[in-house]
Design a protein around this ligand. Structure first.
Ligand code: OAD
Length: 243
């Protein structure tokens, strides 16, 4: 992509920005070979959200839920960050204050070197006991024999499920970063899940740019839309900022 691929107002806004807020979703990791949720081969095409990503589904059938998460954990640990993950890590060095709020739970932003990452929907690096709160590291998933904890409750993935609140501290930090942003980049999310999607609309002063091959619920509210994959668009933007 060249300078002409981007709106000049967008590049100028980013160049002069003091505060940049980046909201990302599963599309961020598509070019690392990981499925999205609502895409053609997305998880929600052949799995039911309420069975796999809700407290009720877990209470009904913890083994099925853990089998699904274990598969994802193994896919994540076998995947590598793509150029789209490395670009925001480089952007952090170019702007005075940058925050990434991600809906992904694959840890690829951190593995690419980003420092200031808020994981809105938790992560899959550990399991937490629903009773006593003790945690277990999850390098290769959770052995099925360990699901039931000796305290009488069960281990669950350290993620946020539908119907649950986002971690308060993470949410407050994301809200204030979005509210002070001069530029907001919305990357690889269908923007269908709230409250995360609402972060993009936290302030009416910021220049909002969407990077996504397809239109989303936020496209009409954005100041510019870049219809490209994250691994192509984000490195091109960082390159242009360095000129
Ligand atoms: P979705 O699967 O809803 O959306 C993925 C988005 O990524 C779509 O808009 C795609 O067009 C876009 N996309 C695909 N390939 C891309 C690429 N190479 N570069 C950029 N964008 C690309 O995933 P999310 O919006 O992350 O929540 O979903 C939000 C939440 O819904 C998830 O965190 C998860 C899910 O249910 C929970 O499990 C709580």
């Amino acid at each position: 992509m060249t300078q002409k691929s981007f709106s000049s107002v967008f590049l100028a806004s980013l160049k002069s920005a003091r505060f940049v807020f980046v909201l990302t979703g599963a599309g961020m990791s598509a070019e690392s070979g990981l499925p999205t949720f609502r895409g053609v081969d997305g998880y929600w095409q052949n799995h039911r959200v309420q069975d796999l990503a809700s407290p009720q589904g877990f209470a009904r059938d913890p083994l099925t839920v853990w089998r699904w998460y274990n598969e994802r954990i193994r896919a994540y640990s076998g995947a590598q960050p793509n150029a789209g993950h490395y670009a925001p890590a480089q952007l952090e060095a170019l702007v005075p204050d940058m925050t990434i709020a991600t809906q992904t739970v694959d840890s690829l932003h951190a593995r690419a070197g980003s420092k200031n990452v808020l994981e809105l929907h938790g992560h899959l690096r550990e399991a937490r006991c629903t009773g006593c709160g003790v945690t277990l590291p999850l390098a290769n998933g959770l052995d099925e024999s360990l699901i039931d904890h000796s305290c009488g409750e069960r281990f669950r993935p350290q993620v946020v499920w539908f119907g649950e609140s986002l971690p308060q501290d993470v949410w407050s930090r994301a809200e204030s970063a979005a509210a002070r942003a001069d530029v907001i980049l919305v990357v690889g999310t269908s923007a269908q899940v709230y409250p995360a999607a609402a972060l993009a609309l936290q302030n009416d002063r910021a220049f909002i740019a969407e990077i996504n091959p397809d239109a989303t619920g936020l496209s009409d509210r954005c100041d510019c839309v870049i219809r490209e994959g994250a691994a192509v668009a984000l490195p091109a933007i960082v390159e242009l900022l360095r000129l």
